[in-house]
Design a protein around this ligand. Structure first.
Ligand SMILES: [Zn+2]
Length: 288
């Protein structure tokens, strides 16, 4: 799933590659991809791409002279694929992974694809990104200059819930998902099950440094990469997420996995939980 660093890199990629080009047409090719109906996609025809930015995990493409925002959420299995040459006619809706296509007048453009059977990829065409509910409800961005340890302390205060869940809640902090929350907690040497409200000021500072560090490092690693290379780069840069059974790159202990909410999390017992494996509630329930 693309998170803050990958979406940031896609925005940079599109700023370098596509800003200044004129849109020929945009077409949704899968049911329920387009979440808005006014303005319609035909309003994009003849508009020039003037910018590409990010709100949390949402990509925001801006046009001129009409200031329209094409806001894209890639969800769990979606991706953006740059195309140097697209056919002149919009594709017909069908069962392919293709969900949306945008073509510029010079034949280039991009496809949004989504693998798997759960279709969550979402596209919005709005005049203000705040009209997208998921954007309007976002918490602060951890890469913003104003995101200080004090701001983080304020977000965690009084939350008697596990830190892992707090980190990936978009309404609390924007852009961190399942993968980078594992990475941040590993870098901070903190148990994912620790209660957010129980962190000492030193632990908040360590968590803040780990979060900003892990995200900035991931953004820097993927800078200059083409859209097609970002996924492999993300996977190669992760230390514990998706690496259960492999050695921790810091201490050599075996990375473990435990169920969490609707998925699983990975962590290193030596680095994060005093050497003790976390109890898997799902497993112990099954064994009763
Ligand atoms: Zn370790």
């Amino acid at each position: 799933m693309p998170e803050l660093p990958e979406v940031e890199s896609l925005a940079v990629f599109l700023r370098e590659r596509a800003v200044g080009r004129v849109i020929d047409w945009a077409a949704d090719t899968a049911i329920s991809v387009l979440k808005t109906y006014q303005p319609s996609l035909t309003a994009l025809t003849g508009q020039r791409l003037s910018g590409a930015g990010r709100h949390g995990k949402f990509l925001d493409l801006v046009t001129e002279p009409a200031e329209l925002h094409l806001v894209i959420h890639l969800a769990r299995a979606g991706w953006l694929r740059w195309r140097d040459s697209l056919p002149p006619e919009p594709p017909k809706p069908g069962k392919s992974p293709l969900a949306f296509r945008l073509r510029f007048t010079d034949e280039s453009g991009f496809d949004l694809t989504e693998a798997g059977s759960k279709k969550r990829l979402a596209v919005y065409l709005v005049t203000d990104p705040q009209q997208v509910p998921g954007v309007a409800s976002l918490g602060p961005d951890p890469l913003a200059d104003s995101f200080s340890p004090d701001v983080l302390a304020g977000l965690l205060a009084g939350r008697r819930t596990q830190i892992k869940g707090v980190l990936r809640d978009q309404k609390i902090i924007a852009g961190v998902g399942n993968a980078y929350s594992d990475e941040v907690l590993h870098a901070a040497k903190m148990s994912p099950f620790k209660l957010a409200s129980s962190l000492t000021p030193d632990e908040v500072s360590a968590l803040h440094a780990a979060m900003v560090g892990a995200l900035r490092e991931a953004v820097a690693r993927s800078a200059g990469l083409a859209a097609g290379e970002l996924k492999a780069e993300k996977k190669a840069g992760l230390r514990v997420h998706g690496r259960a059974g492999q050695p921790c790159p810091v201490c050599g202990d075996t990375v473990r996995e435990v169920s969490f909410a609707d998925s699983a999390l990975q962590y290193c017992p030596t680095c994060q939980t005093g050497g003790k494996p976390l109890a898997d509630r799902r497993m112990s329930r099954l064994l009763k």
